[in-house]
Design a protein around this ligand. Structure first.
Ligand code: SAH
Ligand code: SF4
Ligand code: F3S
Length: 441
């Protein structure tokens, strides 16, 4: 009987993409995917270490899993991903059910680690690599419309609050050829949207090819393939890249551009290497070239020493830019990072209140922006039944907004035009859509 594995994934899209790589590696060795942990020979958690809260969730889930191990002592338990890299062999002391600890650059060793674990040995592999990109591994993806493609790994930015450079290692890019052929295969299998992933995709480089060249190459796979990308760093976003997005119909008019704080002093303490003025200037340059662009961002509330006035600067930046959406977090100190030694002097209640204020402002702005879509036509890629009900269908705009429509006979993966009739801060609602053919330009 083939052995089976079960993996739960936490954290960012890079981790979701890594899980598909891990499944690809193990599938090649004859492993099958189990749909529930009860019946798996090996259970893995692909973990996130970005904030304390992320790690607490993992410990909570691990204690849920303890009874499985009691019932079946031969079951192999593994911690993968960023928490594995951060805590290494300490994890064995923290939880007795763990057999394997394997960091993000060591997934090729998983088959051997599982074999050793079945013989009763604990295994820990957490070497980071300067070259590993898994370029030759075929990720195992379930069928669908939308796929993630990691185009680079690691990060060299060393923002002072962030563990990623420690958990993912140095920045390295995959080959342009590898990425483009993966996108082409996905398109041929019926996928209609790819998201190119990296912690800072703007610094992608393969020989003479930069990220603008990669985006253009992927967009030329087919006019019906939507191309998304994340994350962009405000310091590295070139005019050439903005022009490339503007020039290609199928590169989505949606940019995730984290600003983190509206205060120059805090940005400097964060080592973000840009100022508020530079950031705003970039936003205006983007909007000048891509007037219909949607923008989202990341914000941290309560960074060490942040004053009330500096917090207000974050709120005013939100008002000035008017983002379509934002991911907003309370600062969480992480060991090893430079900010760790700056202390954590903002009381939790104050951080919480500042975060609430940020969320309130952003929710209102998202709502106001979405209200302006009412009465307008949007082109959506139909995804199928919505999460909530079979009678409601869902599609996504180029600007990454979900549109709920009545149940439809248009097949998922087709494009359609729809008139928007209502909107909340998170969702648009449309009438019965009209199918459209998207042709190569
Ligand atoms: N590479 C991306 C994403 C990194 S993680 C980028 O540079 O934007 C996603 C977000 O988590 C970050 O943008 C930041 O807003 C937040 N984050 C990272 N470390 C954090 C910490 N220690 N505490 C709170 N939020 C953090
Ligand atoms: Fe972390 Fe900064 Fe790198 Fe993003 S750019 S992953 S926030 S170090
Ligand atoms: Fe978390 Fe690692 Fe991603 S720390 S956010 S899973 S890169």
């Amino acid at each position: 009987m083939p052995r089976s594995i079960y993996i739960e994934t936490y954290g960012c899209q890079m981790n979701l993409a890594d899980t598909e790589i891990i499944n690809g590696i193990l599938n090649e060795q004859g492993y099958e995917l189990a749909t529930d942990p009860e019946h798996a020979d090996a259970v893995f958690m692909n973990t996130c270490a970005i904030r304390e809260h992320a790690e607490q969730r993992i410990y909570g889930r691990l204690s849920n899993f303890a009874h499985l191990k009691k019932r079946n002592p031969r079951m192999v338990f593994g911690i993968l991903g960023c928490m594995a890299e951060r805590l290494r062999k300490d994890l064995f002391e923290r939880n007795s059910i763990i057999d394997i600890v394997c960091g993000p650059d060591e997934y090729r060793r998983l088959p051997a680690l599982i074999d050793e674990a079945l013989l009763g040995e604990q295994g820990v592999r957490t070497q980071l690599s300067r070259v590993e990109t898994y370029d030759d591994i075929v990720p195992l993806r379930t069928e669908g419309l939308s796929a993630w493609i990691s185009v680079m790994r690691g990060c060299d930015k060393f923002c002072t609050y962030c563990v990623v450079p420690f958990t993912r290692g140095r920045e390295r890019s995959r080959s342009l050829h590898g990425v483009v052929s993966e996108a082409r295969e996905l398109f041929d299998r019926g996928f209609r949207e790819v998201t190119l992933l990296g912690q800072n995709v703007n610094s992608y480089r393969d020989g003479d090819h930069d990220f603008a060249a990669l985006l253009a190459a992927v967009s030329s796979v087919d006019a019906c393939l939507r191309v998304r990308f994340t994350t962009s760093h405000p310091q590295d976003m070139s005019d050439a890249l903005i022009d490339t997005i503007a020039a290609h119909e199928n590169i989505c008019n949606y940019i995730h551009l984290p600003f983190q704080s509206g205060s120059d002093r805090i940005l400097d303490l964060m080592n973000r290497s840009y100022t508020r003025e530079h950031y705003l200037d970039l936003i205006w340059r983007i909007r000048e070239r891509i007037p219909t662009v949607a923008l989202s961002t990341d914000i941290i509330a309560g960074f060490p020493t942040e004053t009330e006035e500096e917090h207000l600067m974050t709120l005013s930046l939100l008002e000035e830019v008017r983002f379509d959406s934002a991911f907003m977090f309370k600062y969480s100190p992480r060991e090893k990072t430079r900010a760790w030694s700056m202390g954590d002097d903002i009381q939790d209640a104050v951080k919480g209140r500042r975060l609430e204020e940020i969320i309130d402002v952003q929710r209102r702005i998202s709502y106001e922006i979405n209200q302006t879509r009412i009465g307008k036509m949007e082109r959506i890629l139909i995804e199928g039944a919505s999460k909530r009900s079979e009678e409601e269908w869902m599609g996504r705009t180029d600007t990454n907004k979900s549109v709920i429509i009545p149940e439809s006979n248009i097949s998922p993966g087709s494009y359609a035009d729809v008139r928007i009739v209502a909107a909340t801060s998170a969702t648009l609602f449309g009438e019965t859509p009209t199918p459209v053919a998207v042709r190569a330009a």
